[in-house]
Design a protein around this ligand. Structure first.
Ligand code: HAM
Length: 424
């Protein structure tokens, strides 16, 4: 038999069960977008490579190393779209629907980036993108954000954090960039390899570094907010007022610089701590300079895109948590005393309304942890000889990345109720 051909790494099949989730979600997203009078636009998957170089920026990770680019049969350099904003602006200029008009648009579809695949990060992924043109004032920025918040409510999704920053105008950012580079030059000997590479081309991205060794240097760097021009400062403050009025909490993160070059003034990200390192579920901002940069007449613009795979994953996690389909905890028991104690501990947890799968029939720690994982429980509770002696239990987070901790058995019910949303 000849060898079966497999899918390309990072490009996933969506099987019928999964599609059912996607369709439910897409319908809710569409309803919310329509409630704000956004209209759908459908754009090509392929664009000229130059479009992305001129918009996202030559020195960004996306353009430098992640694009699927190739020459077609007539020798034209084309790229599978890595995002939707550039194509939307291109279409707007070409079809004359941007200049002197107000447009509220959305699109949905596949995007392509040759990144290292991991949970929440794929090479073909899907975005719902929203773009608004012709409105310069911060009420539009606020509209985009309250629209997201309404969507999270419609999906019954909690635990998302809004991070906000202003990058100022292109001019004020250029002035800041000069000062940042001057400072970073004084630290050159202590910069990591990534930062050295970015120093000439894209120094603002250094602020975004996750390397612990860089944090001290970054903390002492000049602050972007001290360099904002007056108009951007006012714009940002007014956006904050709108959000406060709408009751939407946010965190101002001066290190939020985004991975695409076209942003001016407002940038934002909705993040979660439930998806591991790929924490941004939705991201965007204002890009007042892009239309002109791509050859159109100057037009203010702002938008965002939601990563649909990440949103689906969050909803599935949450559904599992609330539906009772999976146990809240798997109780692993090691040793005679633990088995006796654990049997009754599981009963007490169930009395309190928690769903618990209790290990039966012994087995090594490794075997029991494997069973715990298979049970799809949110937490494993380990009760060994030591824990049994101390009336304690070791709690291991199986789905997130909370540190393992040991807690007394008498606070276990409250702890699990709080963690699994059972007590709400
Ligand atoms: P972005 O931050 O590059 O922005 O992507 C937006 C969202 O798409 C991310 O927050 C994430 O949820 C999802 N995403 C990005 N890359 C991947 C990947 N490899 N796998 C899975 N999900 C991913 C943009 O694309 C801008 N065009 C957003 C925008 C619209 N700004 C203004 N208008």
């Amino acid at each position: 038999m000849s060898k079966a051909i497999q899918a390309i790494r990072g490009m996933n099949d969506l099987l019928p069960d999964a599609v059912a989730h996607w369709q439910r979600l897409e319908a809710i997203v569409r309803d919310v977008l329509h409630a704000y009078a956004y209209r759908e636009i459908r754009l090509p998957l392929l664009e000229k490579s130059e479009l992305f170089a001129r918009s996202i920026g030559n020195a960004t990770d996306i353009v430098e190393k992640e694009m699927y680019s190739f020459e077609d049969r007539s020798g034209e350099n084309l790229t599978l779209r890595p995002e939707g904003t550039a194509g939307c602006v291109r279409a707007g200029i070409e079809n004359g629907f941007l200049h002197n008009q107000i447009q509220r648009l959305w699109y949905a579809g596949a995007m392509f980036r040759h990144e290292r695949p991991q949970k929440g990060r794929y090479r073909q992924f899907h975005q719902v993108g929203v773009e608004a043109y012709g409105i310069e004032s911060p009420d539009l920025d606020a509209e985009l954000i309250v629209m997201c918040a309404r969507l999270w409510r419609a999906l019954d999704l909690d635990g998302l954090t809004l991070q906000l920053n202003s990058l100022g105008t292109l001019e004020s950012r250029a002035a800041y960039r000069r000062e940042l580079v001057a400072y970073l030059e004084t630290q050159r000997d202590h910069l990591d390899e990534d930062s050295l590479r970015r120093l000439d081309k894209n120094p603002l991205r250094i602020l975004d570094s996750k390397n612990p060794a860089m944090q001290e240097i970054i903390a002492a760097a000049p602050n972007l907010h001290d360099h904002l021009d007056e108009a951007s400062r006012t714009h940002f403050a007014r956006l904050g007022d709108y959000l406060q009025q709408a009751g939407i909490p946010f965190i101002v993160n001066p290190r939020l610089v985004r991975g695409l070059d076209y942003y001016t003034r407002t940038v934002f990200e909705w993040t979660t701590d439930r998806l591991g390192s790929q924490s941004a579920v939705c991201a965007g901002g204002r890009y007042d300079g892009l239309v002109e940069q791509l050859g159109g007449k100057s037009t203010p613009a702002a938008g965002f895109a939601i990563g649909m795979e990440r949103l689906v994953e969050l909803i599935l996690q949450q559904d599992a948590k609330h539906s009772g389909a999976h146990p809240h905890a798997y109780l692993a028991l090691l040793g005679d005393e633990a088995e006796k104690q654990g049997f009754m501990l599981a009963e007490r947890l169930r009395d309190a309304g928690l769903h618990v799968e209790c290990n039966a029939g012994g087995g090594s720690l490794k075997t029991q942890l494997k069973r715990a994982d298979r049970s799809a429980a949110a937490y494993a509770l380990l009760l060994g000889e030591e824990e049994a002696r101390n009336n304690a239990v070791t709690v291991k987070d199986l789905r997130g990345h909370e540190a393992q901790t040991q807690i007394p058995q008498n606070i276990l019910i409250d702890f699990l109720k709080q963690k699994t949303g059972r007590g709400e």
